[in-house]
Design a protein around this ligand. Sequence first.
Ligand SMILES: *Cc1c(COP(=O)(O)O)cnc(C)c1O
Length: 615
Amino acid sequence: MVDYGIKYWSNDDFIIEDGLVKVNYQHKPSLLEIVQDIRERGYKGPLLVRFPHLIHKQVRQLFSAFETAIDEYHYTGSFKAVFPLKVNQMPNFVLPLMECVQGLCYGLEAGSKSELIVAMAYTNKNAPITVNGFKDREMISLGFIAAKMGHDITLTIEGLNELESIIEVAKELGAPYPNIGLRIRLHSTGTGVWGKSGGINAKFGLTSTELLEAIRRLEDSKLLAQFTMIHFHIGSQISDISPLKKALREVGNIYAELRKMGAKNLTCVNIGGGLAVEYTQHEGENNRNYTLSEFSGDVVFSLKEIVRNKQEKEPDIFIESGRFVSANHAVLVAPVLELFSQEYDEKALRLKENNPPLIAEMLDLYQSVSEKNAIEYLHDSLDHMESLLTLFDLGYIDLTDRSNTEILVHLIIKKVIKLLKHKNHNDIIRIQEQVQERYLLNCSFFQSLPDYWGLGQNFPVMPLDRLNRRPTRSASLWDITCDSDGEIAFDAKKPLYLHDVDVMEEEYFLGFFLVGAYQEVLGMRHNLFTHPTEFSVVFDDDLNKGYEIENLLEAQNILDVLDDLDYDTKEIERILKQRIDDSSISDEDKKEVLGMLYVMLSENGYLRTITKDLQ
Ligand SMILES: *Cc1c(COP(=O)(O)O)cnc(C)c1O
């Protein structure tokens, strides 16, 4: 059976059992049962399902990997972490995260004023806050306010101008001061799509010359004691560990040098984010060439070696992993609305008394195709289709002939797939390379998988059930936006196989996994599709079902979406009503039309019903 590469990407968070994807935790409910549970409460359309226990799992793994390495190497510094809010700022992620890290040295990282406010409100007591990115005086003052509130906050300086502002604000507002970090502009570059975060031409960080100048100015303004951290970030989703090791050597030496220059309170090396997530569904296509324990071991070992050579104190290790902590906690579930070829039914054929010879031949192919000649007949029919389409362009056949051609070719493809279903899979693969079935999904890729659209990032995708039946259709996925970029196509060498379902009769859902990092706030309202309905699944052994649904947040209704764009929705309602009033329909009809309109305005814009009220 096809397992959709679950062993590569799921990290045992999800498993396949009894033909279903199940959450590998406690009672192990299937995703399908959770989805049906929520749909029975009246929520249709796409769903974003969060699993807070998986947030906890990632944090635990991160801490345990570093603590193990620290023990193993008898390292004397400690391990601390922050979650970078830019990776997921949603309250239904951040609040459960802060709850499960109580007691750990785990706080939040902010890159803007709004994020800093979230960090100041929700970071646990005594947990750290770091602030990166460009800062004006007001944002720096906000950092001072946080320090006055008692937060352990570090403002990372990205350039000398910011340092000037800090010195001025310090004079103005006085102690207690926030800690100061300096971001290092590394010589070694980052890797991958996000490599711009590192390297000598990076957007952020101080060169060696600027570092020396920064130390002098801190000393002059009596703030050197506040300087506690150096920071770097070589980019997200680090695929290869060697650039990280190179960066660590660079940064470790800078750390030691700065301490020798008198920065005695410099005790922290912040290695940024970048710890990668495995998204691949295919053997031998790994996104990263290291494991978590290799990563943590390398970081601890490299720093230990460098500072030993320079005879300095081993620094505390600070990490800002975002993707690793948040990606796996969320799953997007999209109902399949339609298979495009479903419209090509035998009943739709409009055959004539006298059909063009090629069509007559195709009809014959369709009727006589067998397991033995399947591939050959398929190729013949594809050839005939090409010729018939050319004949149409030249004006030799009419629209009915053309329609019959399309239907026949699809009927032949379907029949061939059915005939070969139990045969050697290679034969099926050969057909599928030529014909992909298009599955229409009730969701927007722009809203829910923006990194697919913007960066070509693939997310593991699979059906939620029927996993004990071999899928026979090589698929491409289409969303309901009217944008031709709203398509996920699959390479013939790495196809996605789905089941041949009749969506008029049965439901079929696809799950996109590892969508908990970056996707939600980056998602855009292309075509004015809002966020999906979202909720958290919280496990509790004492409950009947073993879990409970919490934090349900329904997709925005149409008027709310328009209101967000600053439309005057009262005016819209008034105009619509006026136009109905002014129309020539009867008074009774006016009432009815208006009623229908109001119902629609109060619902979200995803599709509801195609047939049989399934979607
Ligand atoms: C984006 C970012 C991170 C998070 O990176 P991940 O790859 O998601 O772990 C950490 N630190 C800084 C400075 C960042 O800009």
